[in-house]
Design a protein around this ligand. Structure first.
Ligand SMILES: Cc1cc2nc3c(=O)[nH]c(=O)nc-3n(C[C@H](O)[C@H](O)[C@H](O)COP(=O)(O)OP(=O)(O)OC[C@H]3O[C@@H](n4cnc5c(N)ncnc54)[C@H](O)[C@@H]3O)c2cc1C
Length: 375
């Protein structure tokens, strides 16, 4: 089967990889591949550290996708000869002030109730693991199964692998036949690309002829900093709760650190100075040594967020599937999301999880789609 994949972020590329592994050919269409949210993401694979109350079936999805990461990475290496930067170094969640300990206790309670791995540590035990932590932290929890990947390495490897299948143009429209089935897409140069199936992995991007998905931009500012030469400042992910605000430091293989991230719904795609100041201030409260780092990069991108944080994976017509709305977990959910999307594209018997990500769970989307289909 030949499949058009619109959007070359981590979701579009992982889906192309999954379909290609199953013997299908792909055409990937994107004017600026890999430059969306996937370019900003810290790449925390943190089903335990990032868990919050009221997420419903998302918990199981995050844990399942996390479990399949080693296999995902091995398979990418097997086809491309290059290994993504995947580090199984665990995560330490740290409360800065005595008042932040309460949030830490709530987190552990939730993690334990969900059967996630979480071990309470005294401040001294946390500092034994990570000596760069401030002396006056209030408590910590070790999440042994929460790891990280550099999403830029996944995107780079897959873009190289699919080089000859890439069309560097915007997809402006989907073309349907007289039975209302998508049969092709039209690109910005007027080129018509036929395919048996088309998958939209456009995050917040829209395409004429398809109802916009119920997603909204949630902006995040994020920094990349470089530690001084010598031993790494920290060796595992440090997620901090500082005056009830979240901040994280993700150490990369090359000695750099990713420091993030703000959460803004102010409609401003530019980097926000106040948000950056806050991140730096909170990170320095936990790890004072970041003051000696140099600044490599500051960027802002939008997370494609849904009302319940669950992605939107569903069939829109017999030739069209969407896979978007991965909110703040798109990197973690790439293995699971791409598998579910590929199953749907191949019309395989539906996995029970597809019900939880069906875009038609949002009533406005369902009714409008039905209207569009019947018109
Ligand atoms: C600051 C920040 C930190 C994050 N940290 C994490 C983290 O630690 N862990 C985690 O799991 N997730 C994290 N996320 C979330 C994660 O980045 C997203 O969920 C994920 O990148 C979504 O991937 P995507 O491929 O759907 O979107 P994107 O990467 O945005 O890709 C969408 C692509 O579609 C293309 N496109 C759009 N419209 C069209 C069109 N009409 N025609 C052709 N192409 C089109 C765009 O050019 C873009 O390349 C973070 C996000 C942010 C912003």
């Amino acid at each position: 089967m030949h499949v058009n994949i619109v959007g070359a972020g981590i979701i579009g590329l992982a889906t192309a990889f999954e379909l290609s592994s199953r013997g299908h050919t792909v055409c990937i269409i994107d004017p600026s591949p890999g430059q969306g949210a996937s370019h900003a993401a810290a790449g925390m694979l943190a089903p335990a550290a990032e868990t919050v109350w009221g997420q419903g079936p998302l918990h199981q999805m995050l844990a399942a996708s996390n479990k399949s990461y080693p296999d995902f990475v091995n398979r990418i290496q097997a086809i491309s000869g290059q290994r993504p930067d995947y580090l199984t170094s665990s995560t330490l969640v740290v409360a800065a002030e005595p008042a932040d300990r309460e949030a830490l206790h709530e987190l552990v309670e939730l993690q334990t109730s969900l059967g996630l791995s979480a071990q309470k540590l005294l401040p001294s035990q946390a500092r034994n693991l990570e000596p760069a932590l401030a002396r006056n932290i209030a408590g910590a929890v070790l999440c042994e199964d929460d790891h990280q990947i550099d999403p830029r390495s996944v995107v780079r490897i897959l873009l190289e692998y699919f080089q000859s299948d890439l069309v560097l143009e915007q997809c402006v429209e989907v073309i349907k036949d007289d039975k209302n089935q998508t049969t092709a897409v039209l690109t910005s140069s007027g080129t018509r690309l036929e395919a048996e199936q088309t998958i939209l992995c456009t995050a917040l991007g829209t395409v004429r002829g398809v109802q916009p998905a119920p997603v909204r931009p949630v902006y995040g500012d994020i920094l990349r900093i470089q530690g001084p030469p010598g031993p790494a400042l920290v060796t595992r992910i440090i997620r901090g709760i500082v005056h009830r605000e979240n901040v994280y430091l993700v150490p990369r293989k090359d000695g750099s650190l990713v420091l993030g991230a703000s959460v803004r719904e102010d409609g401003n795609p530019q980097v926000n100075v106040g948000a950056m100041y806050n991140l730096l201030d909170n990170a320095r409260r936990l790890v004072p040594g970041i003051s000696d780092c140099s600044l490599n990069e500051v960027i802002a991108r939008a997370r494609p967020a849904t009302a319940d944080d669950r992605p939107l994976i569903g069939r829109i017509d017999p030739g069209l599937v969407i896979s978007t709305g991965y909110s703040r977990h798109g990197v973690l959910l790439s293995p699971l999301g791409s598998t579910l999307t590929a199953d749907l594209t191949e019309n395989l018997p539906a996995s029970a999880m597809l019900k939880d990500v069906d875009p038609h769970r949002f009533p406005t989307y369902s009714s409008d789609t039905l209207l569009e289909q019947s018109s």
